[in-house]
Design a protein around this ligand. Structure first.
Ligand code: ZN
Length: 278
């Protein structure tokens, strides 16, 4: 009995060490682009990203001191669209509940092959049948999750002309040309899977050449579902999770996500850090 108690204690300590080790061994994928002079903004906004190096150097007292300012529009780089962006009664950026952004289940729907096997990749839109095919292969999308779409468009980042699609314009006035989501797929994800957020690796959830219509933005905003645009590095997760099976045991539907936008009171959106793990 005297030896049994220390053995139990030892087992508990070993177990605790294993739990701690597994937490620290977690591999995080950063799904956000760094903000710098290459950052791409949706056209029509007032400010690109700019960093002002206000103070940088040794002071007269002999210590190092650096402090910068930055300026940017809300909708540039990897950023969240708050529901208020297209819905007057929608949440502003600071009002989105933490439970919709912190440690939420996430799924990546990979349509890259469909996009680039099309003769016009820039007109591709995610359809319900793409989602159903994904579920057949990877399981049902969890309720209250964030769905991320991998179109492969990130290969053009940070080439502004290719990424925004000016290179595919047929007239002298550049128009936007990049893939997006259909309104049918957005409605299906909201109604059938009760998603809390929707992200894509293009400049916008609505396709670029949309004739001024933004039905997906409007619908998702009215449903208090936030968007994430210019999502980065989805191919890294797909390569690891699906192709190598080294994390998540090859199952893409058990990803977890931290969506951490800057907290500006009343903002319509803003730059965000996104971290995925499983
Ligand atoms: Zn936006």
């Amino acid at each position: 009995m005297g030896e049994f108690v220390p053995l139990v204690k030892l087992s508990i300590i070993i177990l605790a060490c294993l739990v701690v080790a597994s937490v620290y061994a977690t591999e995080y994928f950063d799904l956000s682009y760094s903000l710098n002079n290459d950052t791409i903004f949706y056209p029509g906004q007032k400010y690109d990203f700019e960093l002002f190096k206000d103070k940088k150097g040794y002071t007269e007292s002999g210590y190092w001191y650096a402090a910068y300012s930055f300026c940017m529009a809300e909708h540039g780089g990897t950023h969240v669209d708050a529901p208020f962006h297209f819905s007057e009664k929608g949440w502003t950026l600071d009002e989105i509940p933490e439970s919709h952004m912190i440690d939420v289940p996430a799924t990546i729907i990979d349509v890259q092959n469909d996009v680039f096997s099309s003769p016009t990749p820039d007109t591709f839109t995610l359809q319900v049948h793409h989602i159903l095919k994904h579920e057949t292969q990877h399981g049902k999308i969890p309720s209250r999750s964030v769905v991320l779409v991998h179109t492969g468009w990130s290969r053009f980042w940070p080439n502004k002309q290719r990424y925004l699609g000016f290179a595919n314009s047929t007239n002298s006035t550049p128009t936007l040309n990049f893939p997006g989501c259909s309104i049918e797929a957005a409605k299906w994800l909201a109604n059938e899977r009760n998603i809390v957020g929707f992200g894509i690796d293009t400049p916008s959830v609505d396709i670029g050449n949309n004739g001024g219509n933004l039905p997906v933005h409007i619908f998702l905003g009215e449903r208090q579902i936030y968007n994430i645009e210019n999502v980065a590095n989805l191919h890294l997760v797909i390569n690891d999770v699906i192709k190598k099976g080294t994390v998540c045991n090859g199952v893409i539907n058990i990803l977890r996500l931290f969506v951490l936008p800057i907290k500006i009171t009343g903002a319509t959106g803003g730059p965000t850090r996104i971290l995925a793990y499983c």
